[in-house]
Design a protein. Sequence first.
Length: 546
Amino acid sequence: TIPLSFICLLSPFRKGLGSQGGEDQGARMASRRLGPQSRLGVCLVLVAVAAVFGEEQEKKPFGETCLEDFTVGMPGLVLDTDASVQNGATFLSSPMVHRGRDCMRACCKDPACNLALVEQVPNSEEDHIQGCFLLNCLYEHTFVCRFVKKVGFLNFLKKGVYDAYEAMQKHGSNDDRPPIARIGRDMRVQPGEPVMLRGADSTDDRGIVSYEWKQILGDPSVEMKKQEEDQVEISNLQVGTYVFQLTVTDTAQQRDFTNITIVVLNAEQTEEHCLTPKKVGWCRGSFPRWFYNPALQQCEEFIFGGCKANKNNYLREEECKLACKNVKGESASKINPLFITGLGRPLCNGNCQAPSFRCKDGCCIDAYLECDETPDCADGSDEVYCEQYAREFNRLQKINITRKQDHCVDLPNTGQCSESIPRWYYNPFSEKCDRFTYGGCGGNKNNFEEEGECMKSCSGITKADAIGRRWESFEPQGAMLSAFEVVIAVLLGVCIMVVLVIIGYFFLKNRRKNSRRRQPTTATNSTLSTTEDTEHLFYNGATKPV
């Protein structure tokens, strides 16, 4: 688009440039009646208005942009901390803020944060809070947080994460709902190790008729061999990142697809994920996890405290075995800083990349080195707040909740085995029970042999029990937007009035000036004036004199 200021600057010279044909005659006559001063005044006002609104649209304050990125704070739900951390959620921090919007802003400043949980002040209608907890609800790109009913809390979830979660849960509302493609969580493996990908977690109300696999990223020399109907074996994997896509088709030829990422670890990543000793952490929770013991070349179970894990920390034994199969070497006392900084010391050039911990002196270390009971920052700041961090996590854990029907919002889980057993699971978005195929072991409690048993266990659970609503449906936000729109309307009205006053002023001024100069008309004068006007209009509107 041409800038308004350019058009305004160009307008005084249009007469000299001439017309390119087809220009409205009435507009040109009106333009001549409006003197150059008035046109300049109008343009200046329009330019000022455009600049103000253009800047408002182009550059929004950080706080406003941040708040727009969250779902509404749904009342009556609180995080089930133990269930969430058990599934891989990560507690990040508990900043000392006193308003819900400040808690969300703190979440925006942490790249790993996607949930801001606030504890409200009792009997307060304002945005006052008495607790703020920041969490990462994703584990290997899978939403793992769980919520239960409890008054006094609001949960604000990043919209992108909410949309991904809702897409996994929500089926269409028509009679023949489209399929939902599911693969599982992303994987880490050693070079050359084969991987079996399964699509059995995919669901459809009337059955899936085809599973199609294809590679969309990574070394094309990998081999893909179809096994069972939903399975494909990937072999010849070399160091690097690979992405594979599954497309499922149902009986009505409706399709859905999803991706899985496989990271083949290099030597440095292998040391971080397999040779680092287990880390219980400062927090005092009790969460079963797995780590790789290089001395015995096997994965072992340990009890994780719940926060500040290192990379040798796995939810399931299968994950651990895939990432560290046949890895040999001595267990390092800690991750080699050489792999993190390239210089054997903290990185101090300002180019800190997530995940990292910023020391007080401005240098950065790997985030997994924080609170490992060994100072890694030169100033020791990575070990200063560990006790406070543990207290904050303990406070979050002690929120008293009642786990009733919380299993009803879990996604269907086929488990680790490969049998094909028809089962039912409850879908809180449709408020119905749907079929899925159970593998025979593992999984979760949203798993019923009969539809009636499923409905009896979960009747009354809705999508409101899963995750909060959208900002658009939140009345305070709507009121704030309405007030903003009123201000905009008032400003536009004032600007229009100013423009009209300027136009009227110059119009009256020119009219008075013309009336003073007007001479008594004679037949000669009248004829000459009419002829000149006619020639002027003719030459400007159609041709130029030769």
